[in-house]
Design a binder for this molecule. Structure first.
Ligand code: NDP
Length: 600
């Protein structure tokens, strides 16, 4: 067995106090009273930031037909749902997707340098079914997008798909769902699966004066190659004479900066909080290794990765990368039962010391790589691992050694202060630029269902949102709710999220498809949890949710902790491996009767 807990490092009390104080001070510098309200949704007068630069014009007649299943969303969640329902024998499966093709986040995000930051052999779903082994350990975005399209072809999901279409209402009517869209469709479906993403709508910082800026602007998720030239692998020749500003230093910026640094005449990177940047070590796939893979390899590798990152002992760490090496300090962001035998206080103390050691190593690496000591100091992350999405790159920090690249620290002003007609202002200083690129991320947890933009009306006409507003979120396994028959959710609601989110989505898709298949075998028309089963699951979530408010409250603000004002996390405490086992046992035992009770 590989050890999953390295030796606990030693720190003096004074060192511990100093680090804690520094972390607290760095958080205080950044917490803003306006929290999430500081951001501007890309809609209305800012709607052009969310327009689709890839789709070609589509004109079609409204549909009023009947299908077996409608799946909302053509990203990996929706594609897994479609594929698994096809395997379960459903004939007419209709994926409805706002974009012009399948791929979800990989359809929209095509910025230069885009890569998968989880190993592609475990991140990409349905690899064996499609008969594909990724060409890189961390695939470029285009390879991932092509794989999404290959899933669509393999499972014949294009046949009934509705692309460039947004669902506007779901209504349960006479034993079926009526699905209305922004193209005038009113189709009927026996089952509906909602998988419309967690990080899908671009957000902008609400920086004063943004409209007065005369230069060019766009968001990284709608990259404007017409302006920059080049493509996702680089060669941004249009920037050769441009002064470029990039706002944001999250996981996206880490991948974009090396390309902008190489190709722009001048690059200013506006940073509010530095990311933790660990080693990447990307490499092409060894063809001999690919040829040696035995059937079942993909599921085994995915399970292995999940076991390692949740701190369970394994014979061998198959992925062996910076994610798996960070396993001992990931317990704060992924629930796990691996340390159930530890005394909580003892574990928290050990984990803090491991975290200090890890972050010290990452900070030392910044100092080793970045030539200018003042710039290096600004690039050091002062918070605990996982406060921000961990990032990985062997080129990002190095980019700051180029004479044409400047880091502009905005921590003390809460971000970029304002725009003028030709510049960005920070600390009273104007930075004149031709182009501003927003690497400022996405709205989180604001799916159309949860905001009410997409009303979902169940048995008695009540919307799902109203019902949850009144009674709190109520689901069985995060998948289905009483009063909303044959409606299934994919995502992170009341279940057990993990680092490899696509793995979680695929487990949910398999679960839903097997439940639907069993319902059809038994001739049960409505899949719907009993109120008792739903209440029992809500209680399980309440009781088992990990107590992590202290961590959120100590972290620098960001979307992981609701911009600094932590909300309780409602997840299944024993973690993803235990959750997936629970679902499998539930399906193969009597549990499934909890949703198939009514054969009418
Ligand atoms: P993030 O939300 O992670 O980052 C947004 C950045 O914008 C932060 O650095 C933020 O600073 C900064 N920012 C916001 N407002 C201002 C302002 N007013 N002035 C200056 N800076 C500002 O978005 P990303 O697009 O980087 O990443 C989003 C998520 O997408 C990731 O967390 C990850 O889950 C996913 N992703 C996944 C990849 C993959 O390969 N699987 C690759 C890339 C992204 P601050 O931190 O201070 O708020």
């Amino acid at each position: 067995m590989s050890t999953f807990l390295p030796p606990i490092p030693e720190f003096s009390d004074a060192e511990v106090d100093a680090l804690r104080q520094r972390y607290r001070a760095e958080r205080e510098r950044r917490v803003r009273p306006d929290g999430n309200a500081q951001y501007q949704r890309a809609e209305g007068r800012f709607g052009y930031y969310a327009e689709d630069p890839h789709a070609t014009e589509l004109d079609r007649e409204p549909l009023q037909d009947r299908v077996d299943a409608v799946v909302l969303g053509g990203g990996f969640g929706g594609l897994c749902a479609g594929a698994r329902l096809r395997q379960a024998g459903l004939e007419r499966i209709r994926i409805i997707e706002k974009g012009g093709d399948f791929g979800g986040t990989w359809y929209w995000n095509r910025y230069p340098g885009i890569h998968c930051d989880i190993e592609s052999y475990v991140y990409l779903p349905l690899l064996e079914e499609v008969g594909y082994v990724p060409r890189w350990k961390y695939s470029p975005g285009e390879e991932i997008r092509q794989h999404a399209m290959a899933i669509g072809r393999t499972f014949d999901l294009y046949r009934d798909a509705c692309l460039q279409t947004g669902v506007t209402e779901l209504r349960w009517d006479d034993g079926e769902w009526v699905v209305r869209t922004d193209r005038g469709d009113a189709m009927r479906a026996s089952y509906v699966v909602v998988s419309n993403g967690t990080l899908d709508h671009p957000k902008l910082p609400g920086i004063p004066g943004v409209e007065s800026f005369r230069g060019h602007t766009f968001h990284t998720s709608r990259w404007d190659y017409g302006y920059t030239g080049g493509g996702p692998v680089g060669g941004l020749s249009g920037l050769a004479d441009k002064r470029v500003a990039l706002i944001g230093t999250g996981a996206t910026a880490i991948q974009v900066v090396p390309h902008l640094a190489r190709d722009a005449a001048q690059l200013h990177v506006f940073q509010r909080t530095p990311s933790s940047v660990d080693v990447r070590g990307n490499r092409p796939t060894d063809p001999e290794w690919a040829a040696s893979l035995e059937p079942g390899w993909h599921a085994r590798r995915r399970e292995n990765f999940q076991a390692v990152v949740t701190g369970h002992p394994v014979e061998e760490d198959l992925v062996g990368d910076a994610w798996t090496a960070s396993a001992p300090v990931l317990g704060k962001i992924i629930a796990t039962d691996a340390r159930a035998d530890w005394d909580v206080a003892e574990w928290e103390r050990a984990e803090e010391l491991l975290d200090f050691a890890k972050m010290n190593r990452l900070r030392a690496q910044v100092a080793d790589v970045v030539d200018d000591p003042a710039t290096a100091e600004l690039l050091k992350p002062w918070y605990r691992y996982g406060c921000k999405r961990p990032t990985f790159s062997d080129e990002y920090l190095q980019a700051f050694n180029r004479p044409t690249v400047t880091l502009v620290d905005t921590a003390d002003s809460g971000g970029v202060e304002r725009f003028t007609e030709g510049a960005l202002v920070v600390g009273g200083q104007e930075y004149e630029v031709d182009c501003v690129i927003f690497a400022t991320g996405f709205e989180v947890g604001k799916s159309d269902v949860m905001t009410g933009r997409l009303p979902v009306r169940g048995r008695d006409g009540t919307t799902l949102l109203d019902s949850w507003r009144e009674n709190g979120v109520r689901t069985l396994h995060g998948v289905c709710s009483s009063g909303f028959p044959n409606l299934f959710h994919l995502g992170s609601l009341q279940n057990a999220p993990s680092v490899n989110f696509v793995h979680v989505l695929d487990e949910q898709a398999v679960h839903i498809a097997e439940v639907v298949a069993e319902a059809r075998r038994r001739g049960v028309k409505c899949v719907e949890p009993t109120a008792e089963a739903e209440a029992a699951w809500v209680a399980t979530i309440e009781e088992s949710s990990p107590e992590r408010a202290w961590f959120d409250a100590e972290c620098t603000p960001g979307y992981y902790n609701n911009e600094g004002s932590a909300r309780p996390r409602r997840t299944f405490g024993p973690g993803p491996a235990a959750f997936h086992r629970l679902l499998r046992d539930w399906r193969s035992g009597d549990g499934i009767d909890e949703v198939l009770g009514d054969a009418s």
